[in-house]
Design a protein around this ligand. Structure first.
Ligand code: NAD
Length: 392
C-alpha cells in the first residue's frame, strides 16, 4: 500500500467545532500524516496550533492561498486537503486545490450556490480529481446497512420517508457570545440558509443516498424563531423524490430538549427501517405483517460492507469517530487506487462525492426559493450532465 498519505487541512483551528473530529478520524486507521495546514482565520493562531500538532514549520502556512501555492510546488505535496472552514470559503478553496491537482474532502455545504458547486464538479471531472463531501454520518455501519438493504430490494418500493435534524443548541441567542454560532446566521458566511444548510443538509443527503432517489421537488416553510436572526432556525420541508417516494424533513436549532437530533424512518412496501444517530448501533426493521425487530451493528446477517465499517465486534459501543474515519479510510483507498492508474472516484467507494455535494446545495437553494414563495413547489434537479458516469 505504500506509506501514509499526506493530509493537509484548511480551517479546523483550535476551538473549532469540527476540526478535532477530522483529525481524530484521519488518524484512526493510520492512513494519513497531518503534513500541512492553514488552520485558522488568524494566521498567528493557525501557525501556532499547526506547530503544536507536529506540522513542520515550513508547512504551517499563514493562509490557505499560501498553502496551495506552497504545496503545489513541493516534490511531496499533500495528497488530500480537508476543508473545514465556514461555508462561504469552501468554493474558492476547493477550486484552488482541485486545480492544483490535490484531492479534497470538503465540509458541507459544498458551496453557497449551486453554480459554484457545479463548477467544482466540472473541474474535478475535467482534470480527473477525487472530491468528496463530509456527510460524515453516512459512515455509520448501520446507515451503510440501510443503503445495502434498499439496494438489495429488502424494503421493496420506497413509499414514504421522514427525516429530522432538529437540535436544541440554539434555543437562546447563543450567537451573541459564540463566534462559532454567529456565522451560522450570517448570510455572508453561511450562505442563503441557516439551520437547513447547517444541519438539515445531512438528513437530506442521507435519505437520498440510502434510498437511491434524488430529491425532485421541494416545498419549504422557514421560521426565524429567535428574534434578530437573519437566517432560519427552523425549517419544514415536504419532498418529492425522483423514484416516486414522498417525504418530510424537519431541521431546527431550537428543538429544546433535543441534543443532536438526527433521525429518520424509511417506509417501503415490503419493510421499513428507522435509525437515530444517538443510538447508532441499532436499526429498527419491520416486515409487513411482523413486529419490529432490532438489527444490531455487526449482528447476524448484516451486510459485509456494514461489518467492514466497524472496528470492533458487535456489542461494543462504537460510533461517531468511526463513522467519520470510514470516509477517511475509503478516501485513502480511492486515492491510492487512482495513483496506480485505476479509474475510480469517491462514489466508487460509496462515498458522498462532489455531485452529491452539489445536489445538497441545489436542495438548499430550492428550499430557500420555496420558502420565499410561501411553500410553492420548486425543482431541486441538477443538469443532466451531472448524472453521466455517476454511480447511482
Ligand atoms: P467553527 O466556526 O467552529 O470553526 C471554523 C474554523 O475555521 C476556525 O478555526 C476558523 O479560524 C477557521 N477559518 C475560518 N476561515 C478560515 C480561512 N479563510 N482560512 C483558514 N481557516 C479559517 O466552524 P465549524 O463548526 O468547525 O464548521 C466548519 C465547517 O464544517 C462548516 O462548513 C460547517 O458547516 C461544517 N461542519 C460540519 C459538521 C459535520 O458533521 N460534517 C459538523 C460541524 C460543522
Amino acid at each position: 500500500m505504500g506509506g501514509r498519505l499526506r493530509l493537509g487541512m484548511i480551517g479546523g483551528g483550535r476551538g473549532s467545532q469540527i476540526g478535532d473530529s477530522h483529525r481524530l478520524a484521519a488518524r484512526l486507521d493510520d492512513r494519513y500524516t497531518l503534513a500541512a495546514g492553514a488552520l485558522d482565520i488568524d494566521p498567528a493562531r493557525g501557525r501556532d496550533f499547526a506547530l503544536e500538532l507536529g506540522i513542520a514549520p515550513e508547512r504551517a502556512y499563514a493562509d490557505w492561498r499560501a498553502m496551495v501555492e506552497g504545496e503545489r510546488s513541493r516534490p511531496d505535496p499533500v495528497d488530500l486537503v480537508t476543508i473545514a472552514t465556514p461555508n462561504a470559503s469552501h468554493h474558492p478553496i476547493a477550486k484552488a486545490c482541485l486545480e492544483a491537482g490535490i484531492a479534497v474532502l470538503c465540509e458541507k455545504p459544498l458551496a453557497t450556490s449551486s453554480r459554484d458547486a457545479l463548477e467544482l464538479c466540472r473541474i474535478a471531472r475535467q482534470h480527473g480529481r477525487i472530491g468528496a463531501v463530509m456527510y460524515g454520518y453516512t459512515g455509520y455501519p448501520l446507515v451503510r446497512q440501510a443503503r445495502a438493504m434498499v439496494r438489495d430490494g429488502a424494503l421493496g418500493r420506497i413509499r414514504v420517508v421522514r427525516a429530522e435534524f432538529a437540535h436544541g443548541g440554539h434555543v437562546t441567542e447563543i450567537e451573541r457570545d459564540s463566534p462559532n454560532a454567529a456565522w451560522r446566521y450570517d448570510p455572508a458566511i453561511a450562505g442563503p440558509s441557516g439551520v437547513l444548510a447547517d444541519a438539515g443538509s445531512h438528513a437530506l443527503h442521507m435519505i437520498a443516498w440510502i434510498i437511491g432517489q434524488d430529491v425532485a421537488e421541494i416545498s419549504a416553510h422557514f421560521d426565524r424563531i429567535v428574534p434578530g436572526r437573519r437566517l432560519e432556525d427552523n425549517a419544514f420541508l415536504t419532498l418529492r423524490y425522483e423514484g416516486g417516494a414522498v417525504g418530510t424533513l424537519w431541521a431546527s436549532s431550537v428543538a429544546l430538549g433535543h441534543r443532536h437530533g438526527l433521525r429518520w424512518e424509511i417506509f417501503g412496501d415490503r419493510a421499513s427501517l428507522a435509525w437515530q444517530q444517538e443510538h447508532p448501533n441499532h436499526l429498527v426493521h419491520c416486515l409487513v405483517g411482523d413486529s419490529p425487530r432490532l438489527i444490531e451493528r455487526d449482528g447476524p446477517g448484516t451486510d459485509p460492507w456494514s461489518r467492514r465499517s466497524g472496528r470492533v465486534s458487535g456489542g461494543h459501543s462504537e460510533g461517531y469517530f468511526v463513522a467519520f474515519a470510514n470516509l477517511y479510510r475509503d478516501l485513502a483507498d480511492a486515492i491510492v487506487a487512482r495513483r496506480s492508474g485505476k479509474e475510480v472516484d469517491a462514489a466508487t467507494y460509496g462515498l458522498p462525492d462532489l455531485v452529491d455535494g452539489a445536489k445538497g446545495v441545489k436542495c438548499i437553494e430550492a428550499a430557500v426559493e420555496s420558502a420565499a414563495r410561501d411553500g410553492a413547489w420548486v425543482s431541486a434537479r441538477l443538469p443532466d450532465w451531472t448524472q453521466e458516469g455517476s454511480e447511482q
